[in-house]
Design a protein around this ligand. Sequence first.
Ligand SMILES: [Zn+2]
Length: 121
Amino acid sequence: MPECRVLHCPNSSSDVFTYNFAPLQQAPVCHAHLRRLMGGEMWLLDSRTHYLRMGADVPPKVVAHHVAKTFDGRNMIELDVETTHPQDGTRNLSLVLDPKSAEDLRKNLGFMLGKGEAQHP
Ligand SMILES: [Zn+2]
C-alpha cells in the first residue's frame, strides 16, 4: 500500500480520497485521515508536492482586510489583514507597503483597496 498522502502522516493508505471529479483526482489516505476529510475538516492540496495539508500544516486563511491609512507624502499604505486558522484561531497582521506592492498584492490576492487610497507616484 502506498503511504498516506496527508503531509507528515506515517501511516500506509487504506482508502482513497477524491478531491476533484473532472478530471478525476484522488489521493491514497489512511482510514483516520479519510474520516477527518469526510467530516469536513479543512485541507489544502499542495500543488507542488501533491500532498494534502491538514491541521497545523494548513496555512492561515485571509478572512478580512482593511486599509488603515495612507501616509501622505510618503506614499505608503498600512494594510491590516485578519487571518483565521483551524488551530491558531484569528490573528491580525499589519503591513506597511509602498503603493506598487499594495497594488501587486491586490492583483494577486484579490484584495480590494478603496479608490484613492493607493496613491501612485
Ligand atoms: Zn494519514
